[in-house]
Design a protein around this ligand. Structure first.
Ligand code: SF4
Length: 435
């Protein structure tokens, strides 16, 4: 077996090997329950020497020849992994993340600064979370990751760009007869895509080394922007979202990406934070249609259009309705205004490609969807979770803001007797604006 590894090792420019292969008696399983199928199972014991550096063969062989290795606890390989091997493993994890479509990865300690906890407490005390009671209920878990995984040592943060090939946002926002859907929601539900990729990454790690992991993507009380910022995945902009600047391999920047995390019990080497680059810019504060960014780095969710159209279950406050314009699901205005998004990458991910022409559909056509049509056309989309009632509520507001026309009036009249009191109330408001 050592010869089997020496050949690819030489191909990689490694000058010498000392290795032995010990088959696993008990093949390991991925956390998904699947065995680490079609892969060489066993334990490599030994080292590779290259260019004067010692490289742990476990990590190197998996990278170069596609055969994961399972250093058993107590072996020399495991002992090495506990020291310099962790650095090699971190390199391997970055590479696997890239292969899975993540644009960047950072590793940080599984603890937050006292400042982050204090800011969260102040934000909650001010009621800025609106109806998002879960924020209050799970505040402790958000600031204490060990409440979610007691033996967590590091948080691996990843990002994946989502901006799809879609109708230009400015054109849709400028045409009051069209519906504007936030660009992150035009394709497949990102929770599904991110979660399955994160689990694949976690499985690759646990097939290579013994480790406990848990994956998250906006699905549990994880202070993800804070972890990502502390480990240098980007900096927190004044609009409160993470912004990244990637010099290589192709210069790009921006904030239009999803974030996910893997909690892991291995003490991997951590990455340093990056400095912020907002400077004196206030473009996002100035651009927010409802003034929801009440100060740099402070968002009042109760005024945020993303909150009002997605999270908020009840009646949309009347003073805010005219400010929503034609935004029927989410809002991108603070990101559209941000200079760092001028060179933002377009996502090549098929899952985020536009479905059902939602990038530039007319308000009237979407308002005509029955509940069955809504459920069928939003299957697998993040939009589905708001349900048909909130969907109609949001479009009714947009129709109230749309240019006066017989077509808009007729669409609203057709819903004036809707079974939902919430929809009827918003339709009445919109009819008042169309007369
Ligand atoms: S718009 Fe300006 S202030 Fe706001 S996040 Fe972007 S760079 Fe920072």
């Amino acid at each position: 077996m050592p010869q089997g590894f020496q050949y690819p090792a030489n191909q990689c420019g490694l000058s010498a090997t000392q290795a032995a292969f010990q088959p696993d008696v008990q093949p390991r399983r991925e956390q998904s329950g699947q065995p680490c199928a079609q892969r060489q199972r066993g334990c490599l014991i030994g080292e590779l020497h290259a260019c004067g550096e010692t490289v742990i063969i476990g990590a190197m062989s998996e990278i170069e020849i596609g055969h994961p290795v399972h250093p058993a606890k107590g072996t020399d390989a495991q002992a090495n992994l506990d020291a310099a091997g962790l650095a090699a493993l971190a390199v391997a994890i970055r590479r696997w993340a890239s292969e899975l479509g993540f644009s960047a990865l950072s590793i940080g300690e599984a603890k937050l600064s006292p400042r982050a906890g204090e800011e969260l407490r102040r934000w909650l005390a001010a009621g800025s979370h609106g109806d998002m009671d879960y924020m209050m209920r799970h505040a402790l878990k958000r600031t204490h990751p060990a409440k979610l995984m007691p033996n967590v040592s590091r948080v691996i943060s990843v990002r994946m760009p989502y901006w799809p090939d879609a109708a230009p946002a400015a054109e849709v926002l400028g045409n009051g007869a069209l519906a504007y859907v936030s660009r992150y929601a035009l394709g497949r539900d990102y929770h599904k895509t991110m979660r399955s990729r994160l689990q694949k990454l976690a499985d690759r790690i646990t097939c290579a080394v013994p480790a406990d992991t848990r994956v998250f993507t906006d699905s549990a009380p994880v202070f993800e922007t804070e972890f990502a910022q502390r480990s240098g995945l980007g900096w927190r902009g004044k609009h409160t979202l993470l912004i990244a600047r990637d010099p290589e391999p192709k210069p790009s920047s921006g904030s239009c990406f999803f974030i996910g995390e893997i909690f892991i019990d291995l003490p991997l080497p951590v990455d340093a934070p990056v400095s912020g680059h907002c400077g004196r810019c206030t473009a996002c504060l100035d651009a927010c249609p409802t003034g929801a960014i009440i100060a740099p780095y402070r968002l009042d969710a109760r005024r945020c259009i993303s909150y009002l159209t997605v999270e908020h279950p009840g009646s949309i406050p009347e003073p805010l309705r005219p400010l929503l314009g034609n935004r029927i699901y989410g809002c991108d205005d603070c990101q559209l205004a941000c200079p760092w998004n001028r060179r933002g990458p377009q996502s090549a991910e098929k899952d985020f490609a536009v479905r059902n022409g939602l990038d530039s559909a007319s308000l009237v056509s979407l308002f005509a969807w029955s509940e069955a049509e809504f459920l069928q056309r939003t299957a697998g989309s993040p939009i589905r979770r708001i349900g048909h009632e909130r969907w109609l509520r949001n479009i009714a507001v947009a129709l109230g803001n749309a240019p006066r026309s017989p077509e808009h009036l007729a669409a609203l009249r057709a819903r004036a007797g809707d079974t939902s009191a919430l929809v009827r109330e918003h339709v009445q408001w919109a009819l008042g604006r169309q007369f």
